[in-house]
Design a protein around this ligand. Structure first.
Ligand SMILES: [Fe+2]
Length: 295
């Protein structure tokens, strides 16, 4: 049994940056005892119809770090996102820091390297990242000890990162009234997702939980912070003692009706490269491929 305990007395300052285009929340997590921080799940802007990328959302985060005199220790991707593009290399180029993702990235790279018919220049060994986290791995942001939990199910590379009393769950859970994320992408598995959610909910009740997405169900205002206790009591998909069998049946039926995320094609091609754009073509331009009937 892995030990995921962290110092719950350490309460990092967490600032969420909501991206309206993709309903993603990116975070700056600051060590309470120093100027060190981590950025979790950054976003690159894209106008997919126009094939145009920009960095307004990332620039807001960079300005926040500079205005507050923060130093960037880590850029963390909770997983290979299918609904937005990462801006991690852009931010790393301006502020430094190490880029980390779950070790399951190699499985995701194998799968989508085939889907997008990538050539040998596309490395499938995770070498685009500075660190590949395994379950229970520890690292520090300033003096704050952090731990990575492998929480697969939505994708094989999904990790939850616990920093002091705060846990960043990626797409393992949504807010209690949003439930859980889909488990039907290649390498996804509803039963695995249930087990991963139980793993997150086995953290101490008072642990603050931060979501990667919120869609404001029922028209409520966007929110991204909850707690283990609230999720256990109120989560509409897994709360109140929902059994694994019930969850798997519900999740599988629901997923069969969902359409693909609008940005899945560009997101995967960029995010499987650690947020780097595909290499230049002979004409010096970069292209995103659309495999027909390939997903
Ligand atoms: Fe996701």
């Amino acid at each position: 049994m892995q030990d995921y305990a962290t110092d719950l007395g350490l309460k990092p300052e967490v600032t969420g940056f909501f991206d309206e285009a993709t309903n993603t929340i990116s975070y700056v997590v600051k060590d309470p005892a120093s100027t060190a921080c981590a950025i979790i799940d950054s976003v690159m802007d894209i106008d997919y119809a126009a094939g145009r990328i920009s960095y307004d959302h990332a620039d807001r985060m960079i300005a926040f770090l500079r205005d507050n005199g923060l130093t960037l220790d880590w850029l963390i991707e909770t997983h290979v996102h299918a609904d937005h593009l990462s801006a991690a290399p852009y931010i790393q180029g301006k502020l430094g820091g190490k880029l980390g993702i779950g070790a399951g990235i190699t499985e995701v790279q194998e799968t989508f390297g085939k889907v997008f018919n990538e050539g040998t220049e596309f490395q499938r060994d995770g070498s685009q990242f500075d660190r590949l986290f395994r379950d229970g791995d520890r690292y520090t942001v300033g003096g704050m000890e952090c731990v990575a939990l492998h929480t697969p199910g939505h994708t094989p590379a999904c990790m939850t990162h616990v920093m002091g009393d705060a846990a960043f769950v990626g797409d393992t859970l949504f807010m209690p009234d949003g439930g859980s994320a889909r488990a039907d992408f290649p390498g996804g598995d509803a039963a695995e997702l249930y087990d991963s959610i139980q793993k997150v909910l086995s953290l101490p009740d008072e642990t603050r939980l931060f979501m990667c997405h919120d869609y404001g169900p029922g028209g409520r205002e966007i929110r991204w912070e909850t707690s283990v206790a609230e999720q256990k009591a109120h989560n509409i998909h897994v709360g109140n003692g929902t059994t694994k069998e019930d969850f798997v049946r519900f999740r599988t039926e629901r997923d069969a009706k969902l359409s693909m995320p609008k940005l899945i094609i560009p997101s995967l091609q960029v995010n499987m490269r650690g947020g780097n754009l595909p290499p230049e073509d002979e004409d010096g331009k970069r292209y995103i491929k659309v495999p027909l009937n390939g997903l």
